[in-house]
Design a protein around this ligand. Structure first.
Ligand code: 5GP
Ligand code: ZN
Length: 112
């Protein structure tokens, strides 16, 4: 499958790792939009939030249990935002489910 984030998981495209276990991978965004900008992804290919269902929801739950740990390990101390862009209207550019962790500064109040 020609998926950028699957290639990052397998290591054929390099990335700066923030966290990894048997189910998920976290790495620093190549074009950070905050002082700390990490992407957290499932190791199984799920195209977007729109593809989450009862069969694959466990890995999404696992991601959410690990996000506080990943944020803390990255040095975020005063709060952060978690974002998942889904589909064209949300400007999803990589069609492999990912959660942005944005922090390390006072973020803007508006969401869009
Ligand atoms: P989206 O716009 O789909 O929500 O987020 C995709 C994110 O992937 C963007 O923030 C973009 O900067 C990041 N990205 C795209 N290509 C690469 C890459 O090759 N390496 C890393 N680390 N991040 C990437
Ligand atoms: Zn993929």
């Amino acid at each position: 499958m020609d998926c950028l984030f699957c290639k990052i998981i397998e290591g054929s495209i390099p990335s700066k790792k923030a966290y990894e276990d048997d189910k998920i991978f976290a790495f620093y965004d190549i074009a950070p939009q905050a002082p700390v900008h990490i992407l957290v992804i499932p190791k199984t290919h799920i195209a977007s939030m729109d593809e989450v269902n009862t069969d694959n929801a466990d890995v999404v739950a696992h991601i959410f249990t690990k996000i506080p740990e990943i944020a803390k390990a990255a040095g975020i101390v005063n709060g952060y935002r978690v974002v998942s862009n889904c589909g064209d209207d949300a400007c999803q550019t990589v069609k492999h489910l990912h959660f942005h962790i944005l922090g390390g500064t006072q973020l803007k109040g508006e969401m869009c």
